[in-house]
Design a protein around this ligand. Structure first.
Ligand SMILES: [Zn+2]
Length: 178
């Protein structure tokens, strides 16, 4: 069951109301993230608190995507990559305002229409929390290896003909005996 969030939010209005929003966004709605995923089923859970810090409207948010399946850029197979994060945004409408924000806030520049697409905001934060080039931590074969079996490493002749060390031992033992 997906708890719906509004598609667009008006952060100034919500900050004045000291609103809180909580819900989930389908991963399949996040186009840029989709390129990194093996499987876009699942959701990102989001919690947002709106307030004012001095004269600036702010958003304190957190998100968690526990079922994220990234595509390994080496073997193109899935990597389970649960991710969560937090952010603090100060709403500004000019670069000058952004410069005057308290340090712990990242500026979020909004235009005259004041509304922002919520899923884009969350997608930005989510992408920042992911590795630029997701790869398995353990060694994995590059996708070309799997696609073309002729270049898969094969057992070499020397491996096949090497004598079993135990048979050598047995041999030595026999020599030592009268
Ligand atoms: Zn891999």
């Amino acid at each position: 069951m997906v708890e719906r969030l509004p598609e667009y939010i008006d952060p100034l209005y919500l900050a004045d109301k000291r609103a809180e929003l909580k819900g989930q966004i389908l991963l399949s709605k996040l186009d840029r993230l989709g390129d990194l995923l093996c499987d876009d089923s699942g959701v990102v859970a989001v919690e947002l608190v709106f307030a004012r810090e001095g004269r600036y409207p702010i958003i304190e948010g957190q998100f968690a995507a526990t079922s994220l399946m990234l595509k390994c850029q080496n073997c193109l197979q899935a990597i389970s990559f649960p991710v969560q994060g937090q952010f603090k945004l100060g709403i500004v409408n000019s670069i000058e305002q952004a410069d005057r924000l308290p340090e712990e806030y990242e500026p979020l520049l909004i235009g005259d229409e004041q509304k922002i697409l919520l899923r884009e905001l969350i997608e930005d934060e989510l992408l920042l929390a992911l590795p630029a080039i997701p790869k398995h931590q353990q060694a994995c074969y590059p996708a070309e290896y799997l696609a073309d079996k002729t270049i898969l490493p094969t057992t070499t002749k020397t491996d096949a003909t090497t004598e079993n060390p135990f048979s050598i031992l047995a041999h030595l033992k026999n020599i030592g005996e009268p």
